[in-house]
Design a protein around this ligand. Structure first.
Ligand code: ZN
Length: 251
């Protein structure tokens, strides 16, 4: 089904789950209910190829007003039905269902769920911390959007040293659809051609985000993708999907 038909439903959480269940049935991925947060059931999706190491972790929708992330992840899965069950995947298709339904960055209590990964008072995030404690990751992707974004960009946390060219390759892949954000400062950090390499020693002042948690705890390759949320949803979802595809292919 072309995405444009679904565009106006990108904040329909039930419809998102319906489409994920369909993907799981077709691909052999497994879906598991974790519990309820803000009165909405939360789910984890994983592959039969998931073991203790080399895991590909992808999450979306931690900020509910960034529906290009949830749609992009779904679109990527829909485009890879035949391969999905052979990837070692651990997926959280929507970390903030109440936020998605209500087009809100925060949860029902006004908490930014991407600032509480040090000591989360949230059932789903606590579950993720327990679930992932002893796992080893090849790649962690956190999907986001930026209301002020002027193009695509990404965060690649770095403790120094010469970075690989992977971030450039991911941006290059996505820029067929949306050009890289040309700003030199994004969210108070230096950016170059849509790439920000934040030092873990300089975290956001208001709390620990998901990406930083994984980078520090699991010492793994971690990317946060950002698409501009004022752009057309179809392009945003396609850009997210294309960047996921590229990141997995080169990880
Ligand atoms: Zn976000």
């Amino acid at each position: 089904m072309p995405l444009s038909v679904n565009s106006y439903q990108s904040h329909n959480y039930k419809f998102l789950l319906h489409r994920w269940r369909k993907i799981c049935r077709k691909s052999g991925l497994r879906v598991q209910k974790i519990g309820k947060v803000d009165d909405h059931a939360c789910y984890e999706i994983y592959s039969p190829a998931l073991h203790n190491r080399d895991i590909i972790y992808i999450s979306a929708g931690i900020h509910g007003d960034e529906s290009g992330s949830t749609e992009g992840l779904l679109l990527w899965a829909e485009s890879n039905i035949d391969q999905l069950s052979s990837f070692p995947l651990l997926i959280y298709p929507c970390l903030n269902p109440w936020g998605l339904i209500n087009n809100s960055r925060c949860d029902a209590s006004g908490v930014d769920l991407n600032r509480i990964w040090e000591s989360p008072d949230n059932l789903l995030i606590r579950h993720i911390l327990n679930r992932t404690k002893r796992l080893k990751f090849k790649l962690v992707l956190n999907l986001h959007e930026d209301f002020d974004g002027r193009g695509i960009y990404l965060y690649e946390p770095s403790s120094g040293g010469r970075p690989s060219k992977n971030a450039e390759k991911i941006i290059e892949a996505g820029s067929f659809l949306i050009p890289p954000d040309s700003r030199r400062m994004i969210e108070g950090r230096k950016a170059k051609n849509g790439i920000i390499r934040p030092r873990p020693t300089n975290p956001p002042k208001d709390g620990v985000p998901e990406a930083l948690y994984f980078y520090l705890e699991h010492k793994c390759l971690t990317y946060t993708f950002e698409t501009p949320s004022e752009y057309d949803l179809e392009f945003r979802a396609l850009a997210q999907s294309t960047m996921i595809q590229r990141a997995i292919s080169i990880a």
